[in-house]
Structures are given as structure tokens and as C-alpha cells.
Write a protein of this length. Structure first.
Length: 270
């Protein structure tokens, strides 16, 4: 069950269905899996963050925002300390009709969207329709985001409640810099190669090799944004035998080279 603190926070978000609720903080509310009656726009400054849903785990890099549709169950997991988390909860009726709003996604935050989010940094709590300027501003922000955000970040890891599979996934993440062969992992956890391969396909709808590839790339994204390591060092730390192979794999999944991803998304703390 959620804590009383979590319940009180969700009650604040849901209390006035037609009002936008704004919450900027250096500490994210520690909510369990939950949903609310408003769309959620979240932008995190600094730190490594994952968004967890019932089916997937999403890495939220710097200079990206996440859009969570109203009613979608989720929770946010912080992987390191953060500078600031900015949450804007928008009631669906105030936005234009657009398929964008019904789908969860992580998108780059170009300067216009980032500046519009940061403009709200001194706003807090509910914004009602009678506050016409602020109310219209939030409506415009939502509609601008829908028009500008066309290409969500494609790197998504499926999650599972399967008790036989969860320790294997944990092992992959802990040993991501090491060779991870299906036959070795299967033997370590008491499976045949065929049965473990089948388990990944049936439970996660993904192959073992694809899961390892995604885990390596997400690990590398964290290193690119959170450390001063060189591209070569990150390649080896993420389990690749050569920087060229790492760069090509990264490009195939993320559609930019690792060096360009770092350059575009790195947030230098003051």
C-alpha cells in the first residue's frame, strides 16, 4: 500500500480535475506504482532516472522529458542524486485533440520546450482556469510539445514479475561489462540454452541477445551523461570489444553517435 505521504501527494494532484498541478523539487516523491487523472510532464535536471511501467523500464537522459498519459500506471526511480525534478500535471480537457497525448514517450527537449518548462519554475500547486495567463500558458506548452515531439527515444527495456527471470536480468545489469553468453548464463541459473531463450521470448517478447544489447546501450548512456570517461572507456565498460562496434550499435539504436549524444545532452553542473 502507498504511504500516507504518497497518498496525500496524489490527492493534491487529483483534487481539482480541471486544474493543472505543478511540483518542482530536489526530491522526488517516493511513490509506488500509481496513476492519476492528469497527464504528467516530467523533466529532470542532472542525475540518472528510470521510468518504470508495468511492462517496461525507460531510461530518461539529461535534456529529455517524459510524457505520461493520464491513467497510466508508473513510478519514477532515481539512480543517483538529482539537481531538480520538474513535474507538470495537465488535465486532458484543456489540450487540443492529438494522438500524442495518449502515448507515453521520452523526447529530446529542444531549447524552446526547455525554456517553456523552466518558465514555470516559480509556480507551485494548482493553477485554475481563473488564472487566465498561467492557464493559457500551460495549454500552449502542452500543444507545443505535441507538435514538436515526433521521435521518442527508442531504447526501452522490458520488465518482468517472473521470479525465475528477475535474478537473471539483475545479473546481466551487474555484469554488463563482462562477456554475457546465453549458454553460460543458462548454466549458471540452471536452465538449458533453449529453455532460457524461450523464457526471454515468451515473458519479455525479446531475445536474450537483444536484451543484453539494450542493457549495454542504456548503461553506456548513463556513463556518457554522468562521467568524464572517454568513448573508448565507456565502450569497454559496457561490454564491447571495440569502440567502433559500440559506436555502430549505439547509432543503430539511438540514431546518433555516442559522442554526439553526449554533446547534445550533457548537463554540466555548476
Amino acid at each position: 500500500m502507498p504511504t500516507q505521504k504518497a497518498l496525500s501527494f496524489l490527492e493534491k494532484v487529483n483534487k481539482y480535475p480541471k486544474a493543472t498541478y505543478i511540483y518542482h523539487s530536489k526530491i522526488e516523491e517516493r511513490l509506488l506504482m500509481h496513476s492519476h487523472n492528469k497527464h504528467q510532464l516530467t523533466y529532470v535536471e542532472g542525475g540518472a532516472v528510470y521510468l518504470k511501467t508495468k511492462d517496461n523500464s525507460y531510461f530518461l537522459p539529461a535534456r529529455h522529458f517524459v510524457w505520461i498519459p493520464a491513467g497510466m500506471e508508473h513510478f519514477i526511480e532515481l539512480k543517483s542524486s538529482i539537481s531538480m525534478i520538474r513535474n507538470i500535471y495537465i488535465p486532458p480537457p484543456i489540450l487540443n485533440s492529438n494522438d500524442f497525448f495518449a502515448t507515453m514517450g521520452i523526447y529530446p527537449a529542444p531549447n524552446l520546450i526547455l525554456e517553456m518548462i523552466l518558465f514555470t519554475e516559480h509556480w507551485s500547486g494548482n493553477i485554475f482556469e481563473k488564472e487566465k495567463n498561467k492557464y493559457q500558458y500551460i495549454r500552449t506548452l502542452g500543444n507545443v510539445i505535441a507538435e514538436m515531439s515526433k521521435n521518442p527515444l527508442p531504447v526501452v527495456l522490458p520488465t518482468t514479475t517472473n521470479e525465475r527471470l528477475r535474478p537473471i536480468l539483475e545479473h546481466i545489469h551487474l555484469q554488463v561489462d563482462q562477456p554475457l553468453l546465453l549458454k553460460n548464463i543458462a548454466k549458471l541459473f540452471g536452465f538449458s540454452s533453449r529453455s532460457l531463450s524461450r523464457l526471454f521470448r515468451t515473458d519479455l517478447d525479446i531475445s536474450f541477445l537483444q536484451y543484453v544489447k539494450l542493457a549495454r546501450i542504456i548503461h553506456s548512456m548513463e556513463k556518457l551523461l554522468q562521467t568524464q570517461m572517454s568513448i573508448s572507456e565507456i565502450a569497454y565498460a559496457s561490454g564491447y570489444n571495440s569502440p567502433a562496434t559500440f559506436s555502430n550499435t549505439f547509432y543503430n539504436l539511438v540514431k546518433v553517435r555516442p559522442v554526439d549524444f553526449r554533446k547534445a545532452n550533457r548537463e554540466i553542473s555548476g
